[in-house]
Design a protein around this ligand. Structure first.
Ligand code: NAD
Ligand code: TDX
Length: 358
């Protein structure tokens, strides 16, 4: 049975990935989820699977070398899928240091511990071991409004402390591949949306605020462009890269779904109006009048757009979820998980953890 060590599995994409993997492989795999449970980590995301025999949660910080070494020593890890990171650009602008600590030092620790566990006396690596580093399109910097895409060969040009820390972590992974032939892949994905996304991020923030009749903050002129991908399509791509991709390669993941932020707000407002019942009091609150232009994000990247040609040609991955469908599913999920949203915004999930793991 193949054993996965997933870091950051209590976060947004990591938890969606774990759900996806159990749906796909059932009892054929084992997953060990290592997460420090920062403000972004939420064990409620994994409630349905926490009792599975082939799932284990370990609370640990990826910068804690002793803890990570112990996990490798006690478990025969075949695959590492490394999500754990500080992930929010606005927080990185306010407090960059923790981004360097977790994203750079944490990745160094993960690489070093995996290398120590998997390396053979002759410097080669045990057959079949693989490390996948989950990264972002933000490492490539910003595109002009009217042209170009990010390819795997696009030079790195990060602007925010977040993207600079992710770029540094990617460089460390590259250095391990180049120096030691360490068996790894890097994926650089565009903006994700879907269930379990923490409401500091744009799409869940807009959904949550609109339902409460709170203002919808738009940075700058609202015309910044992001390339949105439904999170399950990302989870599938990660698995396909790890199983079918060529080792030592980088794959960009994205779906040619570019939208201006203001378009996103309008689509969310329309979809909320469609999905709310006529007698639901929230229906009257959801309105374009809530849109509020606010001061721009410092160093705000204008446009991101991924060219997914390589992953499509080599691996046959394609995004499956059309944006309107993905937004409908996401809104439906938030309707059905009002408690999740309340707890996530109030910090109550930490109480859940304390009760669960006394
Ligand atoms: P998230 O903030 O929702 O989750 C991060 C998780 O990592 C949390 O569970 C948190 O508790 C954990 N974590 C943070 N610091 C840790 C530490 N020191 N030790 C152990 N665990 C720690 O993030 P996300 O949006 O799910 O992103 C996951 C990964 O995907 C990140 O590496 C991010 O850079 C990358 N990514 C995100 C997006 C996106 O749109 N959200 C797009 C492309 C790539
Ligand atoms: O209140 C807001 N108002 C607003 O206009 C927020 C929170 C965001 N925005 C804008 C900024 C961006 O142009 O919306 C866009 C999306 O913002 P975020 O959700 O913060 O995402 P972004 O900064 O694009 O980064 C995301 O995608 C790439 C993730 O947070 C990263 O982890 C990932 O690497």
């Amino acid at each position: 049975m193949r054993t996965y060590l997933v870091t950051g599995g209590a976060g947004f994409i990591g938890s969606n990935y774990i759900h996806y993997m159990f749906r796909k492989y059932g009892g054929e795999i084992r997953i060990i989820n290592v997460d420090a449970l920062t403000y972004a980590g939420n064990l409620e995301n994994l409630k349905e699977i926490e009792k599975r025999d082939n799932y284990t949660f370990i609370r640990a910080d990826i910068t804690d070398k002793d803890a990570i070494t112990k996990i490798f020593a006690e478990n025969d890890i075949d695959r590492v899928v490394h999500f754990a990171a500080e992930s929010h650009v606005d927080r990185s602008i306010k407090d960059p240091e923790v981004f360097v600590r977790t994203n750079v030092l944490g990745t160094a620790v993960m690489l070093n511990c995996a290398k120590a566990a998997w390396e053979l006396p002759d410097g080669s690596f045990q057959e079949g071991r693989k490390f996948l580093h989950v990264s972002t399109d933000e490492v490539y910097g910003s595109l002009e409004e009217d042209g170009g895409f990010f390819y795997e060969t696009t030079p790195y040009a990060p602007h925010s402390p977040y993207s600079a820390s992710k770029a540094s972590s990617d460089m460390l992974v590259r250095s391990y591949m180049d120096t030691y032939r360490f068996p790894a892949n890097i994926t650089n994905c565009s903006n994700n949306y879907g269930p379990y996304q923490f409401p500091e991020k744009f799409i869940p923030l807009v959904i949550n605020n609109a339902l409460q009749g709170k203002s919808l903050p738009v940075y700058g002129d609202g015309k910044n462009v992001r390339d949105w991908l439904y999170v399950e399509d990302h989870a599938k791509a990660i698995d396909m890269v790890q199983e079918q991709g060529r080792l030592f390669e980088t794959y960009n993941i994205g779906g040619h779904n570019e939208k201006q932020n203001i378009e996103i707000i309008n689509i969310i407002l329309e979809t909320l109006q469609e999905q709310l019942a006529d007698d639901d009091p929230r229906k009257k609150l959801v309105s374009r009048d809530l849109i509020t232009y606010v001061e721009d994000r410092k160093g705000h990247d204008r446009r991101y757009a991924i060219a997914p040609d390589k992953i499509r040609a080599e691996i046959g991955w394609e995004p499956e979820t059309m944006f309107r469908d993905g937004i409908r599913r996401t809104i439906q999920w938030y309707f059905e998980h009002e408690d999740w949203m309340r707890n996530a915004t109030s910090g109550d999930y930490q109480k859940y953890y304390a009760e669960m793991y006394k």
